[in-house]
Structure formats: C-alpha cells, structure tokens
Design a protein around this ligand. Structure first.
Ligand SMILES: *Cc1c(COP(=O)(O)O)cnc(C)c1O
Length: 846
C-alpha cells in the first residue's frame, strides 16, 4: 500500500522548508537511527549543543533553532557533506542485503509483527518504563541491523511513564510532563488520499477510535496507536494517557487497543505477517483478533482458525512470579468481551473465558493474559536459561499430569543493542578491533580480536570513560541539588564530588524490594569504611524509580538519601534522580563495577548489567537471570550460591556480609594493585575476558538471530502449511482433537507383561482405546532421567488388535535400570501439533 506521511510543515508550520538542504535534515531527524549512530551526534550538537545535551531529540532541535542558524550551517560544505554521508549510510542500511537476506534467501518468512506495551528506543520518545521496553527497543534496533523483516506495534502515551524528582528529604515525587506529539520523532500515518489512518475497535456502547503514528527505526517501522481522537467518547480519550497507570479497567482497555487495535492496524496496512511475537502477555488479545481475521477470510470456525493461526504466534514471558501476570475479573471481561465472543468469534463467552482460566477452575475466576497467550501460541519462551526453568514451574497448572521438564517453554536469553550503549571511546576501540559493521552480521571473530587488545590501551580507555562519568555526575548533582533545595553549602561543593581515579561502583534499577537496593546498607559503618578507605577509596553512583504506588520502594530511596545526608557522604555516594535511558547511558559507559542484588530467582533476565560489557565494566551480581549463565570467575564476581533461599532477613544478612567481603578482599584490592606502569594487571585481564567472552553473546544481535532461527522461521513454515487451502489442516486438527477428547477418559490399560533376559526387557501391554484412532496417539515407555539426564522415552509399537477394541503394544529395551522405573503412557500425536502445548492430554498406566 502506498502510504504518505504528513507533510511536516503543513502540520506544525514550524520548519523553514525553503532553506536548501532542510529536507535532508528532516529526513535524518525522523529516522531514530541517530540514537545509535554516534556519527550523527556532532551534527545536532553543532546546531544546538545545549538542547542536544538535554533532549537528545533532533526533531526538537530543528523546530527550535533559528532560521539564521540553520541557514548558516546548511551553507557550510562540511556540514552538508556530513548530512550526505549519513543519508547515504541510512540508505545503504535500508536497502543492502543484511544477515537475514544473505542467510535465509528462500524463506517463507516475509514479516514478523512484534507487539509490546512499551519501547525504549530513545529518551526523545518516552514511551517506556524499564526492562521490558528495553528488550523491545534493543531487539527492534538489532532486527534492523540484521535485516530481519520486523514491524513493531505499540501505544503512544500522552504522558509515558512518570518522571522522578527526589526532594531534599528523600521523598520521591512523580511528575507527568505531557508528550507533545508534535515534538516527538513520530509522524501521523496517512492514507494515499490524505486521510489520517484511524482504527475502529468495537467497544461497548460506542466504537473506540485509535489514531496511527509511525516511527522509523533504521530500516524498520514501529507503529503506535493513541486514543486521543476527537471522535471518541470522553471516557475513551484518555485510554493511552499513561503507561502502567490507572486501574484494571484502564489496563484492559489499553490491552484491547494494543492487541485488537494493533492487529487491525496491520490489516489496514495490508500487512499479513506470518509471525506475531508477543513481548509479554499484554498483547495477547491479538490471538483472538488474528483468528477472527482468518475466520472472516476463510469461513472457518473460531476453533479451526485458532488452530491455524496459533502456529504463527510466539509468546515471550518475562515474569518470574505468578503475581507478575496480568489478569482481569470476570465482570471486566464480560463488559468488553461478551459481545465480541458472540458476534465476532461466534462462540459462547464461557468458551472465550476458558482460554484464560485454569482447567476445572471456578468459571467466574479471573482471566489470565499469560494463559491466553500460551493457549494462542505455537511456541513459548522465557528470557534466560534459569527463567525458562522457573517458567516451566509457573505454567505447570496448564499441563496437568505432565512432568515439569516437558512443560513446553524454552528460552532465548536477552541481549542488548551494543551500538546503543557503547560510549564514543568504546566505539572507537571496537571499531579498531572488529570493524565498523561489527554488529550487523555474525560475531564469531570478535572474542579473538578483543583478546589482542593491550593492557595500557584498555586501561587508558577505562580511565577516560570514568573521568567522563565523574564530570557528568558532578553536573547532574549540581542541577538536582538546586532543584531539590539542598543547602547552599552542598550545592557549592557539587562540582567537587567524586574523583576520576577512584574505583566507581554503579547501581541503577527499579526500587522494588525484591531487587534489594538496600543490601549495602545492612551494616552502614562497615560500608562507610569501604568508601572512605584513604588509600583505596570507593565511590558509588545510584539511580532508580520506585513505582508511584509502592510505599516500600519509595522508603528504600529515602533510606539512601538519609544515609548520604546523615554521614555527609556526598563525595562518595551520589543518588541521581530520574533514572531513564539517558542516565543509563552515562552510567554504563563509565562505571568500573555494576552491582546487582536481586533475590533469586526473581530477576527473569536483567539487562542493565549487559550494557557495561561493551564499555569494559565488570559485573558483580547475584547468580540470577542472565548472570547465572554468564558468570565464570574470570569475568566478574558472583554473589550467593546459585540456589533459592526465600525472602528471610537472615539470608539477606548473609548475602550483605558476602558482598562486603567481596568488595574488601577482592574487588577493591584488585583495582588498586598496580604494576610499574600504574596499570592494575589483574583488573585489566578481567576486563578483557569480560569484553571478549560476554559482549557478543549478550548482544541483541545474538538474541534476534536466535529468535529468527529457532522460532520465527519454523513458525512461519508451520503457519503457512496450516493456512494453505483455507486452513484445511486447522479443520483436521480440531476433528482429531475432538475425537480424542470425547474418548480419552474411557481408555483402559491391561496388565503389562515383561520378559527379561539379563539387560534386555520386552514390555507388552494391552490397551483398550475406546474407539480412538491409533493413528492419532503415541504410546511410550517412560522413565525419569537419572542424575539430571533427560528422561527416557521409547516408542511402543502396536502389533495386533482385537475386535473388542483391545490393542497390543510392545517395546524392547536394553538397560541396566530396574524395569519398575518404566511406565507406559499415551500422548496425542496428529497433524503436526506441538504436544503438550497444543494438546495437553496424557494418560499414565498406574
Ligand atoms: C536497562 C534499563 C533497565 C533494565 O534494567 P534491569 O537491571 O534489567 O532491571 C531499566 N530501566 C532503564 C532506564 C534501563 O536503561
């Protein structure tokens, strides 16, 4: 479809378009590739250094600076040639065949639609809260680098997530500045006839209208929907006001906008992605709308349409605790989905409700979005190896009587988009070692090249990075002390706090109790001794927001502010307010050590620690999330024993103790142990190892390639197969499933006989199949795995049947295990369905 974006000067009348070269600048400003391309920083800096520093938003700069200034720069040949280079570079990035095109030229995968409630792409587009948005933003950027054909869908929030101010008493104030769409790097999406593309979603009483916007992310597009359309009822206009704000009703409306509105938007653009990827369960209503769309196109029933379309859906779960799942009450669901179920999907409302409830539970129980996502997907994954395991336990209830190891949830460990988080110094170092296009293909050789970097070079790089960070901390602290009303004495010394040669620790994350941001305050005097050691001082920079309604989180911030004030630790500890992407960038580029102290296993993955890797920072973290699989003694430090210990204070005390000991005995001495050239050899060796061994693996480049090859490509293939001939396979799946369901519980096992000869055993068992089609089942001998080995599964063959429905199955095994380790079981097996994800029946012989 031929789309046309609004002419920006028509819209706002703010851009002096008649100046020659202005259109090129506008084009650059609207591709937020500038957020990870250091080459363009200088351009915007030249136009308005102050504004660039504060906003990192080229579009705001273009709207703000004077005509004269723009003209003067655009007349400068060097400025013009930078623009040309950048545009050529963008064009090349847009059109050249990248990793995906080179490696998968014949694929059936033409499009992946990625759905997420939040995207962290740049502080110039504040539509994110934290980790989840980080994952979405970084993977989108990497998909662009790699050429994976992703289209992203999200919501445009009028206020985004709250901004934080901390007053002089340590009280967090939540602020909600308005996101003026005219100043964001986004454009309204218009149809060829000039009409603004608006999506109509059926809502009780009056339709909901959603306006569509476009963000250009390298070679990819992110489409955003917002509800501030003049034709909406007043109670609907504010649906997209605030990210994670309001109560359950606001949330269900937002999730309908994202899932159903988002899928309708794709269809309005004539996009037919083979794969829909749900980043967390928020978008799960798309499962219903995608099936609905297939029904309308083919005349299939809802069940059949779902059997076809789910093969093309992927669900990534991010939570490590049941409380993390979104769920809605029966009454709320009824309000928004009763008519939708009956009129759109042609099913009973109860049937729709069952997709979000546990089997056999009270029919009025809550509707769980993660359950809907699971039952509507062809694959499900967690976000680290450990989180995969944790999730298999969390989702056990959906697969009754299945061994936990067979719960169908895999994992793809998160990674971060390195070009977004590296400093200019790091970029230069890596370019020299691994080349300019190093994050756009495979990464096999990086480790070897980084391993060759010399001690002095690495150490100089770290010193420069730390020095920059110290300058930044001083400036930020001065500004924030003035705003929060700290005493003039403190403000006056703001530019002297911190030291560029001192070991610098960083801790920044959401302030919630499970992350234990106060672990270091367990024994304040001991911590102060570590900080103030005259020969080997330590400094700590912190940041973090507590959810506005979380009193215990806010108390943790207060605890730190009070600690700093009471002991006058301004020179050694700085708590910077308003943790956002820009602040993260500065911190991860400069700190020597990144601390992370969650209560295992609550951190599903964590990504902030990955951001220091490319910059030569070292991680000191609890063995949770990504660190549980990344850690080796050469690359960093580990806290805890890699086991769960609940949330008792005794265990916290133990881990605080271990943290102090690590700092006192290992981290601090190693940092200050210098050779003749004043280089800390062991420390630098650790940096080199961490950079070489971990950076590539924990990059979003690796993550996106893994999603592509392990999930997107197979999902596209499977979906295409099922969708062929108007979804004929979907029909067969439903028939086979119905056939098994009605007869399954009448199946009876006869007595097994075992003939043994030393280690060879022949099992035979008669089974009465109750009229089930033997072609639709699999009979197995099953034995639990020993010592962490995978379970043994041996297929049993049917050798004869009698008229009364008795079927005889047998298998021969050679094993040293006793025969009573083996049990006969029956599973579904038909039409390529994934068992037990798509059909969770199972029968065990007792
Ligand atoms: C990276 C990042 C996060 C995620 O950090 P975790 O330590 O994984 O929780 C959250 N917020 C911001 C601003 C970030 O940059």
């Amino acid at each position: 479809m031929n789309l046309q974006l609004a002419n920006t000067d028509e819209l706002y009348g703010l851009i002096p378009k008649d100046i020659e070269g202005m259109d090129s600048l506008v084009e650059l400003a609207f591709n937020i590739r500038w957020s990870w391309n250091h080459a363009s920083d200088k351009l915007w800096q030249q136009l308005d250094p102050e504004l660039w520093k504060l906003t990192q938003n080229p579009w705001v700069i273009l709207q703000t600076v004077s005509r004269d200034r723009l003209q003067r720069h655009l007349e400068d040949p060097e400025f013009r040639s930078t623009i040309k280079t950048l545009l050529d570079d963008n064009k090349k990035a847009l059109s050249s065949p990248n990793w995906f095109q080179q490696n998968h030229p014949k694929t059936q995968l033409k499009g992946v639609a990625y759905f997420s409630m939040e995207y962290m792409l740049s502080e110039a587009l504040p539509i994110y809260a934290g980790g989840l948005g980080n994952v979405a933003g970084d993977q989108l950027k990497s998909a662009s680098d790699l050429g994976v054909p992703v289209t992203a869908v999200g919501l445009l929030y009028a206020q985004g997530y709250f901004r934080q101010e901390i007053d002089k008493n340590g009280i967090q104030n939540a602020l909600f500045p308005y996101n003026d769409p005219g100043q964001l790097p986004i454009r309204p999406l218009r149809l060829p006839n000039g009409e603004w593309l608006r999506i109509k979603v059926p809502f009780p009483g009056h339709p909901l209208w959603l306006r569509a916007w476009q963000v250009q992310v390298g070679r990819l597009k992110l489409y955003l929907l917002d509800s501030n359309d003049a034709s909406n009822l007043p109670e609907f206009r504010g649906i997209t006001d605030e990210l994670y704000g309001g109560g359950p009703e606001q949330r269900i409306k937002q999730e309908i906008a994202l899932g159903i509105g988002g899928y309708k938007l794709l269809r309005a653009l004539d996009l037919k992605p083979e794969v829909c990827h749900m980043n967390e369960g928020h978008a799960a209503f798309l499962v219903l709308e995608r099936a609905n769309d297939f029904m309308k196109q083919t005349g299939r029933s809802f069940k059949e349409a779902l059997a076809v379309t789910r093969a093309g859906n992927l669900f990534t779960t991010h939570t490590a605790v049941p409380a993390g799942f979104d769920h809605f009450s029966y009454a709320l669901m009824e309000k928004f989905f009763q008519a939708y179920a009956e009129e759109e999907l042609d099913i009973d409302f109860t049937e729709l409700m069952e997709m979000g409830q546990e089997e056999g539970k009270n029919p009025f129980s809550h509707f769980n979005m993660a359950y809907l996502a699971t039952r509507g997907s062809g694959a499900v994954n967690g976000v680290s190896q450990l989180h995969g395991k944790v999730s298999r336990n969390l989702f056990r209830n959906l697969f009754p009587r299945w061994p936990v190891n067979e719960i169908p949830i895999g994992h793809v460990t998160n990674g971060v988009h390195m070009p977004s988080w590296d400093s200019e110094h790091a970029d230069a170092l890596w370019t020299e070692a691994c080349g300019k296009d190093r994050w756009r293909g495979e990464l096999d050789d990086h480790a070897a090249h980084i391993s060759n970097l010399g001690d002095e070079k690495l150490w100089k790089f770290r010193n420069l990075s730390r020095e920059r960070l110290v300058g930044f901390i001083q400036e930020r602290f001065e500004r924030q002390s003035l705003v929060s009303g700290l005493s003039p004495d403190i403000v006056r010394t703001a530019l002297q706090i911190f030291d560029p040669n001192t070991l610098t620790l960083g801790f920044a994350r959401r302030f919630v109790t499970y992350k234990r941001p106060d672990l270091l305050l367990h024994d304040p005097q001991r911590f102060i001794r570590i900080l103030k050691n005259p020969e080997r001082p330590v400094q700590l920079v912190m940041a973090g927001k507590a959810p506005p309604t979380d009193e215990s989180g806010k108390a943790l911030i207060r605890k730190w502010i009070e600690f700093i004030q009471k002991h006058e630790l301004y020179e050694h500890v700085a708590f910077l307010s308003d943790y956002d992407m820009m602040l993260t960038e500065h911190l991860v580029r400069g700190v020597d050590v990144w601390l992370n102290t969650p209560r295992r296993p609550w951190e599903a993955s964590g990504t902030s620690g990955m951001k220091v890797l490319v910059n030569g920072g070292i991680n000191l973290s609890v063995l949770d999330g990504w660190w549980a699989e990344a850690y080796t003694p050469e690359v960093g430090w580990a806290l805890g024993d890699g086991h769960e210990h609940g949330n008792g204070p005794a265990h916290d005390a133990q881990e605080a103790e271990a943290l102090y000991r690590l700092l006192e005995n290992e981290v601090v001495p190693e940092f200050y142990d210098r050779n003749k050239k004043k280089v800390p050899e062991r420390w630098v060796e650790r940096i080199r190892k961490s950079m070489a061994d971990l950076t590539s693996h924990f990059s979003a480049n690796r993550t996106v390639r893994e999603y592509t090859e392990h999930y997107y490509l197979p999902a596209a293939k499977s979906y295409k197969k099922r969708a062929a001939r108007k979804g004929l396979i979907g029909k067969r799946i439903v028939e086979a499933n119905n056939g098994l369901n009605t007869k399954w519980h009448g199946v009876k096992f006869g007595k097994a006989t075992i003939k043994s000869n030393r280690n060879t055993h022949e099992f035979e068992v008669p089974i009465w199949l109750n009229g089930m089609d033997p072609e639709h089942i699999l009979v197995e001998l099953f034995a639990e795995g020993l010592d962490g080995e995978p379970a043994e599964r041996i297929k049993m063959k049917m050798d004869w049947m009698k008229e009364q429905g008795e079927h005889n199955y047998h298998a021969k095994i050679v094993t040293s295990r006793p025969t009573d380790h083996y049990t006969v079981r029956i599973l579904p097996k038909y039409a390529g369905v994934t068992v037990p994800l798509e059909d969770n029946l199972i029968l065990w012989q007792h």
